[in-house]
Design a binder for this molecule. Structure first.
Ligand code: FAD
Ligand code: FES
Length: 285
């Protein structure tokens, strides 16, 4: 029986079968990163949670995990930000608007937004970490009345490497978010703050440790120092979320590629509470 004869085989229900998605818009963010807006071929919303990822595939080339960088509150399309680093991502950068790619997902565990409702939220994002953070940022801004105070700290290496520069301008002007941005290596044209992302903590007002949930997304080196800043404000380890990137293959708990100790990051993560991560020390060192 062919797929057409058996409507069940047409269901986009299998976590193993990529679904076609059309590239609606493509925009170069930096020399290395491209921003994609996509729509599933059947028009259905992707239905992601902030913090989840998809496996992106190109027939005959391969597959790679990429975080969703848009919120489910904007369901018409979904967005990805892809850094060109190797085989699959190089080929993805060479595509054009109107082309079709394969998508499996949304996969993994994202942020528990229900737990976040009513709380003050502090997001600290570094480098490419602003991509998964953006999904949560958009969610909070779209559902603003459900959250308390909202603080966002973003650090990049250089002004050229800052991602989503249009959003950066909007966040700066938006009274709904207390936003601060810094770069490690400013150039002559940079008028903003310079220094590593932890230097932005001095811009924050007093945080209420019992009412604040903190989110850290960025390279492993950033984790250690940001965690220390957050803990020094007496925010409990169970109130700190971290998003962890591990090498993945299947994305659905079958191959063991992403395993840290007894945990499959692709299934139980990529978002973890810091208290859990501490037990998985290998992953943050
Ligand atoms: C949960 C998750 C979310 C991610 N989100 C994003 C995102 O939003 N945007 C983005 O640009 N990248 C993201 N990545 C990283 C992305 O998956 C890799 O850059 C991609 O797999 C590289 O594939 P490639 O074939 O182009 O490179 P390859 O030719 O396979 O390798 C090139 C380089 O990338 C590294 N790499 C290869 N595979 C992976 C992998 N599966 N995970 C991490 N590093 C890898 C290699 O060590 C090597 O240094 C994410 C990874 C994970 C696990
Ligand atoms: S990537 Fe295969 S088990 Fe996680």
């Amino acid at each position: 029986m062919t797929t057409l004869e058996n409507p069940q085989l047409n269901q986009p229900s299998s976590i193993y079968v990529p679904e076609p998605a059309e590239i609606i818009k493509m925009a170069k963010l930096t020399e290395m990163e491209m921003h994609y807006e996509l729509r599933l071929a059947d028009g259905r919303p992707l239905g992601q949670d902030p913090g989840q990822f998809v496996q992106v595939s190109l027939l005959g080339v391969g597959e790679c995990p990429i975080s969703l960088c848009s919120s489910p509150t904007r369901p018409e399309t979904f967005e990805l930000c892809i850094r060109r680093v190797g085989k699959v991502t190089e080929c993805l950068h060479r595509l054009s608007e109107g082309d079709t790619i394969g998508i499996r997902g949304p996969l993994g565990h994202g942020f528990d937004v229900n737990e976040m409702h009513g709380k003050d939220i502090l997001i600290v994002a570094g480098g490419l970490g602003i991509a998964p953070a953006r999904s949560l940022i958009q969610y909070i801004l779209d559902e603003r009345e459900r959250f308390g105070r909202f603080f966002l700290l973003y650090g990049g290496r250089t002004p050229q490497e800052l991602l989503f520069k249009d959003d950066v301008v909007r966040w700066r002007e938006n009274p709904d978010v207390d936003f601060h941005v810094t770069v490690d290596q400013p150039d002559s044209g940079w008028r903003g703050k310079s220094g590593v992302v932890t230097t932005l903590f001095r811009e924050l007002p007093k945080l209420d440790p019992n009412e604040t949930l903190a989110v850290i997304i960025g390279p492993p080196i950033m984790f250690k120092f940001v965690v220390l800043e957050i803990l020094s404000r007496r925010i409990p380890q169970t109130s700190i979320y971290c998003s962890l990137e591990r090498q993945m293959k299947c994305g659905v708990g079958k191959c063991g590629h992403c395993q840290v100790n007894n945990i499959y990051v692709c299934q139980e993560g990529p978002v973890f509470k810091y208290a859990q991560l501490k037990a998985l020390r290998e992953s943050v060192e």
